[in-house]
Design a protein around this ligand. Structure first.
Ligand code: GCO
Length: 443
């Protein structure tokens, strides 16, 4: 085990041009729920049995009130950039007009970041869909894509030149599959006939938002953030390999291929008609709008075997596991980046999330999370390996700045490089945070 993070001196990642940042999302940290409209995660949290610890986002890390000290904390880590998301129900009224109070909240944060020379990476949609839109069908309703375009249009106009990079969506796979097919994330809808429909409207929303971002914010870098869980076969058998390729198309390529190739993976033809997305003329052209960057989130891989009933079956991940049960397998990170670079003509890539939940203990004011330091070291190495194999990666964001509301896991899983005591809201930089800070300042 090491308590330091380091990279070779001649690595691109050791240059001051390489952007290091920390990431958060509005619903996971803000709280301040009474000064915004309800979102689908409020409703989901209020449904018994949906969130492991029965918690919600009413207070979270109270970042709504503590944002000034949190920006100071971010600055104290010496990072180049901060990735945050905007709460749609905080900034847009049900009428579709801006809610100036909500906008002012973010303007103050963005101005403070600018004053401290920290680049703002703004995500427009990190899963907190206004509940009134869900009541109207949510992402199963094509209309929601146009509502998103209106939101993107208004907010990017209001933000002016304060934003370094805009991501339209965070992880449309999670919104579509976990939210509308597996039903384990908000809005908790379950059924194979829904997932790809929701995905299509999300991707359409992305393309429509790219149009207005390009117009309103031509100087920012505009793109999307996708998550990937690379798929590996359990054995070398032809059946396992074929099943794994299907899973990869279903979970991963489904969200990237339309962006670069203007089409869905070929497995579309194998899906029952009732599960197909509703594609209208011109949609794929809108979806494949050119982007300035691709954001890649990576945590783990998945292993599959062939299954007679379901095509593929995901086996339990082998050790070593993080505290959330995800296998630690950094090699998949390198292989993912290299394979995406081979398959698609990628714009520059930012690693917009990478990190680990660990069973942290605050002892005498210290969190000695050497396991997380080790995770970061091996994954930074993996990104470096991909760069050496020709992938253009321009930055890396640790997920997360601080412990926060981990969706269906509530507050039970800690991903931060800063520890949060939820009773007192005291923040304590963990050993991993100190190591990250040293890595950045020693460049
Ligand atoms: C994500 C999510 C984060 C999660 C993290 C760990 O974008 O997947 O953005 O919100 O907290 O991934 O599960």
């Amino acid at each position: 085990m090491t308590d330091k993070l380091s990279l070779p001196a001649n690595s691109v990642m050791s240059s001051t041009d390489f952007i290091y940042g920390v990431a958060t999302a509005s619903f996971q940290i803000e709280g301040g729920a009474s000064s915004r409209l309800p979102c689908i995660w409020d409703t989901f949290c209020n449904t018994p049995g949906k969130v492991a610890d029965g918690s919600n986002g009413q207070v979270a890390c109270d970042h709504f009130n503590l944002w000034q000290q949190d920006v100071e904390l971010i600055d104290s880590l010496g990072v180049d950039a901060y990735r945050l998301s905007i709460s749609w129900p905080r900034v847009i009224k049900q009428s579709g007009e801006l809610n100036q109070e909500g906008v002012d909240y973010y303007l103050a944060i963005l101005d403070e970041l600018k004053a401290r020379n920290i680049k703002a990476f703004v995500t427009l949609y990190h899963w907190d869909l206004p509940q009134y839109l869900e009541d109207n069908g949510g992402w199963l309703n094509r209309e929601t894509a146009y509502k998103f375009q209106n939101y993107a249009d208004k907010i990017s106009t209001a933000f002016g030149d304060r934003v370094y990079a805009y991501a339209t969506l965070n992880e449309p796979f999670c919104s579509a599959f976990l939210g509308y097919e597996a039903g384990i994330h908000a809005p908790g809808i379950k059924g194979k006939e829904f997932g790809k429909k929701a995905a299509h409207h999300l991707l359409l929303a992305h393309g429509l938002a790219m149009q207005v971002l390009e117009k309103n914010s031509p100087n920012s870098k505009n793109g999307i953030v996708l998550n990937f869980t690379p798929c590996y076969p359990e054995s070398d058998s032809a059946a396992d390999i074929a099943a794994t390729a299907f899973a990869d198309d279903y979970f991963n390529q489904w969200y990237i291929k339309p962006l670069f190739d203007a089409q869905y993976p070929e497995i579309l033809a194998q899906l029952p008609k009732e599960n197909h997305p509703e594609i209208q003329d011109g949609d794929m052209e809108i979806i494949s709008h050119a982007m300035d960057f691709l954001g890649v989130n990576f945590y783990t891989r998945a292993i599959y075997r062939a299954d007679d009933k379901e095509v593929f079956f995901q086996i339990d991940p082998p050790a070593p596991l993080t505290d959330i049960g995800w296998e630690i397998y950094p090699k998949a990170f390198t292989e993912l980046l290299v394979s995406l670079n081979e398959k698609y003509s990628l714009p520059p890539v930012y690693i917009t999330e990478n990190g680990a939940a660990m069973a942290d203990k605050l002892i005498d004011g210290v969190v000695n999370d050497q396991d997380r330091v080790e995770y970061y070291q091996t994954h930074l190495n993996a990104v470096n390996d991909a760069i050496e194999q020709g992938v253009k990666v321009d930055g890396y964001f640790a997920w997360s700045l601080m412990d926060n509301f981990e969706w269906a896991e509530g507050y039970l899983k800690r991903f931060g490089i800063v520890y949060v005591d939820y009773d007192t809201q005291v923040r304590t930089i963990k050993a991993s945070g100190l190591a990250y800070k040293a890595l950045i300042s020693n460049r």
